[in-house]
Design a protein around this ligand. Structure first.
Ligand code: NAD
Ligand code: ZN
Length: 345
C-alpha cells in the first residue's frame, strides 16, 4: 500500500492510498475518536465505515458555513472532546474542508484524520491543510493552513461516484499531471477507458501519482510563498467562472486551465502543441474548454482574487507538459489577455 508524506518545516502529514480504512485504528491510534460522515457515503458504503457511534452530516457546498462550524463545536463540547480526541472526517471535499476547519480551531487544534471519498477530495481537497468555509458570498474566505496528521484515500469509495462528480475530480488530476508529472499526463491519455470504467488498480495508481505532485509542492512551500502558486493553475479564472457562471468547480477550472495554458504560450514559452494536448485530454474526459460568461463580470471576480498583490497577480503557468513555474504579471496585462480570449470566443 503506497504511503506519501507531506513534510513541512514543522509537521508531517501521512497519506495512505489503498483499501485500508479497516486499519484505521492501527494507522492512527487514538484513545478517543469521533467520526463525522457524509450521509451519502454512509448510505452507499455502510460496510466500509469504522465501527462506532458516528455523526452524520449533509455533504456538498452548502455544508461550508460558519453555522455548521458552530454546530460541530457544540457536538465537540457535548461529547467532552479534548485536544487528544481524534476527529475523523469521512466525505467529499466540502465536508473535509468543514470538519478540518472546525477541528483546527476548537481548543486551538484537535487531532485530524481525513478520509476523502470523492476523486477531487482524494487528490486535492484533503491534502495540504488549507481548510475553510465560505463567507459573504466568497468561497473559502475564512480558513486555516494546518496539516491533518493522516489522510486515508481508499479507492473503494470512488465506485459510487456519479460520472459527473468523477469528471470534476479528473479536472484536478489533469491539473496535477500538467503542472508536475508528464508520465501521469501520458497515462491519462492512454488509460481513459480503464479510468472511466473505474478500474480500481488504475485508479489507485493515478490517485497516488496525482497526490505525489501536490505533496511535493506543499512540502516545499506550505505557506504559498512561491511554488504552491503552481497548484493554482487554472484557478484564477476558474474561481471567477465558478461564481459568475454557476458552473461546478471542476468544469470552471477546466476552462480556466485552457485560458492559463494560452497565456503560458505568450508569457512562459509553452509550445502551442502542448495547449492542443491539454485541450484533447480535457475533452476526452468530458470537460469543457471554451470560454463562458461575460468578461466584465469575470474581471470583477478576478480582482477579488486572493493571489492578487496590489496591481500584480501571481499565476501558475506551464512551461511544458509536466512542468510549471510561478509568474507575477501586471494585473492590466493579464486582464487584457483574458479580455481578448473572451472576445475572440
Ligand atoms: N482545501 C483545499 O485545498 C481544497 C482543494 C480543492 C477543492 N476544495 C473544496 O472541495 C469542495 C469540492 O469537493 P468535492 O468535489 O468532493 O464535492 P463535495 O464534497 O461537494 O461532494 C459532491 C457530492 O458528492 C457526494 N459524495 C461524496 N462522496 C461520495 C461517494 N463516494 N459516492 C457518491 N457520492 C459522494 C457528496 O455528498 C456531495 O453531494 C469544494 O468546496 C472546494 O472548495 C478544497
Ligand atoms: Zn480546484
Amino acid at each position: 500500500m503506497p504511503s506519501i508524506t507531506i513534510q513541512t518545516e514543522t509537521v508531517q502529514s501521512i497519506i495512505h492510498v489503498g483499501a485500508c480504512l479497516e486499519r484505521l485504528e492501527h494507522l492512527v491510534p487514538a484513545r478517543d475518536r469521533i467520526c463525522i460522515v457524509d450521509r451519502v457515503v454512509a448510505d452507499a458504503h455502510a460496510a466500509l465505515l469504522p465501527p462506532g457511534d458516528h455523526l452524520y452530516l449533509e455533504g456538498g457546498e452548502g455544508a461550508k458555513t460558519l453555522a455548521r462550524v458552530e454546530q460541530l463545536y457544540q457536538t465537540f463540547l457535548e461529547r467532552r472532546c479534548d485536544r487528544d480526541t481524534l476527529v475523523v472526517g469521512i466525505g467529499g471535499g466540502a465536508l473535509c474542508d468543514l470538519i478540518a476547519f472546525a477541528a483546527a480551531t476548537y481548543l486551538r487544534g484537535m487531532r485530524v484524520t481525513l478520509v476523502p471519498t470523492t476523486l477531487l477530495a482524494q487528490v486535492d481537497a484533503s491534502l495540504g491543510g488549507k481548510n475553510g468555509v465560505n463567507f459573504g458570498g466568497y468561497k473559502n474566505l475564512v480558513g486555516v493552513i494546518r496539516q491533518p496528521e493522516c489522510v486515508i484515500c481508499d479507492p473503494r469509495f470512488l465506485g459510487s461516484l456519479t460520472p459527473q462528480i468523477f469528471r470534476h475530480g479528473m479536472a484536478e488530476v489533469i491539473k496535477h499531471a500538467a503542472i508536475g508529472d508528464r508520465h501521469l499526463f501520458a497515462q491519462l491519455e492512454t488509460d481513459r477507458e480503464r479510468l472511466l470504467a473505474l478500474e480500481m488498480a488504475t485508479l489507485e495508481q493515478v490517485v497516488t501519482a496525482a497526490i505525489q505532485v501536490k505533496a511535493h509542492v506543499v512540502s516545499a512551500d506550505e505557506m504559498e510563498r512561491g511554488a504552491r502558486v503552481t497548484l493554482n493553475f487554472g484557478h484564477t479564472l476558474g474561481h471567477a467562472i465558478e461564481s459568475t457562471c454557476a458552473l461546478p468547480h471542476g468544469e470552471a477550472v477546466s476552462i480556466g486551465m485552457m485560458a492559463d495554458a494560452r497565456l503560458s504560450v505568450v508569457h512562459a514559452g509553452l509550445a502551442v502543441s502542448a495547449v492542443s494536448r491539454l485541450q484533447g485530454l480535457l475533452t476526452a474526459y468530458g470537460l469543457p474548454t471554451t470560454p463562458c460568461g461575460e468578461w466584465p463580470k469575470l474581471r470583477e471576480a478576478v480582482r477579488q482574487d486572493k493571489k492578487r498583490h496590489h496591481d500584480a497577480i501571481r499565476l501558475g503557468v506551464l512551461t511544458d507538459i509536466g512542468t510549471s513555474t510561478v509568474m507575477e504579471l501586471p494585473l492590466d496585462t493579464v486582464e487584457q489577455f483574458f479580455a481578448r480570449e473572451w472576445s475572440d470566443a
